[in-house]
Unconditional design. Structure first.
Lengths: 366, 261, 309
């Protein structure tokens, strides 16, 4: 994290030097801040076209959306921007959430400026992955679980993570390396949160190396590594993979469309976490960001629309009543599955992410 | 003995043509599929995707960004490449070889390395990524082709023409604008078209130098990763037809002018 | 137009400037050379020089007030971690095979277009195969995904014909990547080959035929030596193109097809102190690739069939 501070200082130092080249972006920056716009980094489907145009019509604020595929991507983009963030709102609540808070990429939410906080389900509004250091850092919007997505026509419902490494599934599986990695660490008996490795980087490195080697040994099971959650859908539909480690949303969408797909939480358990919108530190369009969050939380209809476009459960109250029976059925997990879920540990030691990022490059390269 | 290879050649050629066009035909057909997902076979057909992608603001704005970048980068590449060709046409010896090596260097670097090097260089200067940065990157990639195309034509020009004009009292500006440039026109036009199309189809430079607004290939890359729908096939087909038409038009135009001389 | 330029000569400053330039060629060249030289310095060399410098830096950007430390450790990292070397080797093996394959596929095509096809059809046929050239790498990859997926066009078609053992795994492996890459490289090979073959005098081939040379002998003793420049040029272009591929291996390749260019892209995308490592990797790739291509060109020139021809 220290790295981020020093990078920002470098930029400040350069600004003081008065390099004339720096003047241009500064002027552009102000111009952008004054216009009625808002830049949001978002996952696919989180902001529906209907909501976007209705919001622009009501407020005159134009919403620019940049699609992102995962938290690591957003973290790296923000790290590269040296504190002059191009986004006003980012989409990071989830397992890497504390990493963003501790790197000072986020602005704490000013609760006085948020009109409809009470519409967030109490269970989520008070969860540990919303606040840190006694401040709230984001608005949770959807609730995600991770498990196994499988082709229900060609294979039995898998009950264990071991199916991902089974010979019978050779060349038929897919996963997102960085997200799957902590699960595999747990599966192999290591500590995926790395909390117990605090102060012992050598032990953490050994655990990561062993997990990396295990995944490389089992590379023949993998058809392809994916990046964005929705990539799984296409690979299942075209029949190129039969089994994927992934999240609930893309699976639910396929099931609702009538495709022969199943979703299950393996007996080793799965993770549950929320995705939400967070305001970038010193956002260019701070007022517009609050206007956006307020509009989003103003009606459960928005939550229901988001459920339909993402397949994820909503974190808002009153959404369930707006869904169809079929939608409710697909989105509801059995008690057994629910009990196998653990809420993601956001205290995960940040240093493990650097090790995992490097290991992911090696797994791909091997 | 003589017959076998000669008979096999056209078959091989037409197989190659089928390999080139079959995927494109399949893609164009997929754009007519009446479903939210891409799959075979196509049971119900619709023209809805073709109509809806032309109203998709994100796609239209990406096409607009691509068009702007293509025009800016082409302008810069010609503005730099033209005087550069004049210099090469006049210098001789090791200096010329060195300069030519330096100028065609970008064509010999893996594109990803050159894109990242430019990205870091702009970051060092404190310049932001975006349309200007992409245009700069594309121009760097285009200049070698501009120089080669103009130089080829310039070498074909006899110096008698310019000398005769000078003897008649024309100064250098007149010689250049009234004699040299018209003579170079086909090459210039060809280089321009080449730069436009090269810029329009580029992905890697646009990807690493781009800001918030994506160019068309970058948007398509993102959309491909977020799940397919037949609309992607539709818009790809439309762009394909448009750029192929432009390329063929340029090709014909140049050939006609070249033959006319 | 000419009128305006002629009347502009009435203004002394304009006339004197131009006439001075005309009298002193060195000055004219210097003025003309300013743009190209500036461009070469700023656009072509500076980014590369900076990249070289960064690759030797311990860390970048430097904290203010801290002196830069020079180090070779990022180059060492390449050799210490065997998995990077795996992708690197794969890149070179794949690029070499792809180049050879492209040459084998495209040589008959180019030969047909330049020598065998009916004369008045040649240009039209050439245009036909050049047409798809203007499609981006991404669109081409997309089209091939539709073709090769397990439920894609090829498998559906074979199923319709009643082939057993379907679906064939065609996508996300070496097959799809090779097919896709060939799609991208074929025209870079075709154009130099066509240009070289077109120059070969038909009468040379006829004479050889009259003297009883077999088609193979004609190919080996006449056509190949005379098209050497086209072959070397095409192969160089194709090889460097494949070495730098970034998007296509991600879209068409599978878990075992990561090429080194993708690794470089990932290293740069990583947060933290990754620029020096990525720069060192880039330098290694450039250095080895150019040396490899250079060696190939030299070998081909001195020992190839060229000497016998």
């Amino acid at each position: 994290m220290k790295d981020q501070f020093t990078r920002r200082n470098v930029t400040q130092g350069m600004t003081v030097l008065g390099a004339s080249a720096l003047a241009a972006p500064a002027i552009i920056g102000t111009a952008r801040a004054q216009s009625q716009s808002l830049t949001v980094w978002s996952y696919d489907g989180f902001i529906t076209d209907a909501f976007r145009s209705a919001f622009s019509e009501q407020t005159g604020i134009e919403v620019n959306v940049r699609l992102v595929s995962d938290q690591a991507e957003q973290f790296n983009l923000m790290a590269a921007e040296n504190g002059k963030f191009s986004a006003d709102i980012v989409c990071v609540a989830g397992h890497r959430f504390y990493q963003f808070v501790d790197a000072e990429f986020l602005e704490p939410i000013d609760m006085d400026r948020l009109d409809n906080w009470s519409l967030v389900e109490t269970q989520y509004a008070n969860a540990e992955w919303v606040s840190r250091n006694d401040r709230v850092w984001g608005v949770p919007v959807v609730v995600v679980s991770t498990g196994l997505i499988y082709n229900s026509e060609t294979m039995e419902r898998p009950d264990s993570l071991a199916a991902m490494f089974d010979e019978t599934n050779a060349g038929m599986t897919t996963y997102q390396i960085q997200d799957f990695f902590p699960l595999v660490m747990n599966y192999l008996g290591y500590d995926g949160t790395a909390q117990s490795y605090a102060g012992n980087p050598d032990i953490a490195q050994r655990a990561v190396d062993a997990t990396r080697d295990f995944l490389i040994d089992n590379k023949d099971k993998v058809r392809r590594y994916y990046d964005a959650a929705t990539e799984v859908q296409q690979m299942l539909l075209t029949g190129d993979v039969a089994l994927a480690a992934g999240s609930s949303g893309p699976a639910a969408q396929l099931i609702l469309e009538g495709f022969p797909v199943g979703y299950t939480i393996p007996r080793e358990g799965g993770l549950a976490y929320a995705y939400g919108f967070n305001i970038a530190r010193n956002a260019n369009n701070m007022d517009n960001a609050y206007a956006f969050l307020n509009a989003l939380l103003s009606s459960p209809e928005n939550g229901a629309a988001m459920v339909r476009s993402t397949g994820f459960n909503s974190a808002m109250q009153g959404v369930e009543g707006l869904l169809t029976d079929a939608e409710r059925q697909v989105l509801t997990l059995t008690d057994e599955e629910r009990s196998a879920l653990t809420w993601v540990n956001v205290e995960t030691a940040a240093f493990i992410f650097d090790l995992i990022d490097a290991a992911a490059e090696e797994i791909r390269a091997a | 003995m003589n017959r076998i290879p000669t008979a096999a050649l056209p078959i091989w050629f037409w197989l190659f043509v089928a390999y080139l066009f079959l995927p494109l035909v399949v893609m164009a057909a997929m754009g007519f599929r009446d479903s939210n997902f891409i799959a075979f076979p196509i049971q119900q057909w619709t023209t809805g995707w073709y109509r809806s992608v032309l109203a998709d603001e994100e796609i239209l704005s990406a096409l607009w960004v691509s068009a702007q970048v293509a025009v800016y980068s082409t302008t810069v590449a010609i503005a730099v490449g033209l005087p550069m060709s004049f210099v090469f046409a006049r210098t001789r010896g090791p200096m010329r070889a060195l300069m030519i090596a330096a100028i065609v260097l970008p064509a010999f670097l893996p594109v990803i390395v050159s894109a990242i090097a430019i990205r870091m260089f702009l970051g060092h200067l404190g310049l932001e990524t975006g349309i200007a940065a992409i245009s700069f990157g594309h121009a760097i990639g285009s200049v070698p082709f501009v120089v080669i195309m103009i130089l080829t034509r310039l070498n074909a020009m006899s110096s008698n023409l310019a000398d005769a004009a000078r003897n008649l009292g024309a100064d250098d500006v007149i010689v250049v604008t009234r004699i040299v440039l018209p003579f170079l026109a086909p090459a210039l036009f060809g280089a321009m078209m080449f730069c436009l199309l090269l810029s329009f189809e580029d992905f890697v430079r646009s990807f690493f130098l781009g800001g918030v607004d994506p160019t068309f290939p970058v948007l398509l890359f993102a959309r491909l990763r977020f799940g397919f729908d037949p609309g992607l096939a539709a818009i790809s087909t439309i762009v394909l037809i448009a750029s192929t038409a432009l390329g063929l038009f340029a090709e014909r135009h140049i050939r006609r002018r070249n033959m006319g001389r | 137009m000419t009128q305006i330029l002629v009347s502009a000569r009435r203004f002394g400053v304009y006339r004197n400037t131009i006439d001075t330039l005309a009298r002193v060629p060195a000055l004219r060249v210097a003025l003309l050379a300013a743009i190209p030289l500036g461009w070469i310095a700023v656009a072509n060399l500076a980014p590369l020089v900076q990249m070289v410098a960064i690759s030797f830096q311990d860390r970048y950007p430097l904290p203010p007030g801290e002196p830069g430390q020079w180090t070779l450790r990022h180059y060492a990292a390449f050799f210490e971690r065997p998995h990077y070397l795996a992708a690197f080797t794969r890149s070179f093996v794949f690029a070499t095979l792809a180049t050879v394959l492209t040459l084998l596929v495209m040589f008959p095509v180019a030969y047909y277009l330049s020598k065998v096809a009916p004369r008045n059809w040649r240009i039209r046929l050439l245009l036909l195969v050049i047409a798809p050239f203007w499609i981006s790498e991404i669109v081409r990859s997309f089209a091939w995904i539709l073709m090769l997926a397990n439920n894609g066009a090829v498998n559906s078609f074979l199923a319709l014909l009643g082939f057993p053992g379907l679906p064939l795994d065609l996508l996300y492996n070496n097959i799809s990547l090779t097919i896709g890459v060939l799609y991208l490289t074929s025209l870079y090979m075709l154009l130099p080959l066509y240009a070289a073959l077109e120059k070969i005098d038909d009468s040379a081939l006829e004479a050889a035929s009259d003297l009883g040379a077999s088609p193979f002998k004609r190919l080996w003793r006449i056509v190949l030596p005379l098209s050497r420049d086209g072959i070397v040029g095409g192969c160089t272009l194709v090889f460097l193109l494949v070495i730098g591929l970034y998007a296509m291996p991600q879209l068409l390749g599978g878990s075992g097809n990561t090429l080194f260019a993708s690794t470089i892209g990932q290293v740069f995308a990583r947060a933290g102190n990754s620029w020096p490592l990525g720069s060192a990797f880039s330098m290694i790739l450039i250095g080895v690739a150019l040396a490899y291509v250079g060696l190939f060109a030299i070998l081909f020139r001195s020992r190839g069939p060229g000497r016998s021809g």
